[in-house]
Design a protein around this ligand. Structure first.
Ligand code: GLN
Length: 195
């Protein structure tokens, strides 16, 4: 592939920061809010936000099933925080009945929503990240953690004894927000998976 075209799901969250990070990592970028925009991209970033609201908006915009279908066909995706929750195959503490976060089942993991949030709302720290030189400064905001990792899933990072970064083929997910720190290595890792 020449320059990969990466979309950022632009329903909520740090859309602008992800677009900038992906551009700096060498991708062509655009926002995705409708089906025609989803159809144009080679890969998708799902930012943080609120996974219950994002699931609701995906349903309202009739994007949920098309997105699930593209992921099932193998479209690469990177999810940060709420994005990690949505990419998971199973969500614990998914939210109030009728307003639950909906798993897109792209990565064989079980995540617990707001898992760290029960202890501290947000925190940051340096963590080791497999495949990167030197630690990553990770910012967690009402973050999930990963409670089960399927056999095809590689653990890339842990914080406080919990899995917080994973990769399965060309799917990537972090419980934290690399777009907030100016460190582009994780976006670069994702863009490099596309070539
Ligand atoms: N707690 C949020 C959720 O459940 C995630 C928080 C975030 O994306 N920063 O979706």
């Amino acid at each position: 592939m020449s320059t990969p075209h990466v979309g950022v799901l632009a329903l909520q969250g740090d859309t602008r920061e992800h677009l900038a990070a992906l551009r700096e990592a060498g991708a062509e970028v655009s926002t995705v809010r409708r089906l025609s925009e989803l159809e144009r991209v080679d890969a998708l970033v799902i930012p943080g936000g609120e996974s219950t609201t994002m699931s609701h908006l995906l349903r309202e915009l009739e994007l949920l099933e098309p997105l699930r279908a593209r992921l099932a066909e193998g479209m690469p995706a990177y999810g940060s925080c709420a994005g990690m929750i949505l990419l998971a195959s199973e969500i614990l503490d998914a939210g109030a009945a009728g307003r639950e976060a909906t798993p897109l089942k792209a990565i064989d993991i079980t995540v617990r929503r707001n898992a760290f949030g029960r202890q501290v709302d947000s925190f940051e720290g340096d963590i080791a990240f497999d495949g990167l030189d030197g630690p990553v400064h990770a910012v967690f905001i009402r973050a999930p953690w990963v409670e089960r990792v399927g056999p095809g899933v590689q653990v890339l990072g842990e914080a406080a004894g919990h899995v917080v970064a994973v990769r399965q083929g060309r799917m990537l997910a972090t419980a934290f927000h690399p777009e907030m720190t100016g460190d582009r290595r994780i976006h670069k890792l994702f863009v490099d998976l596309l070539s």
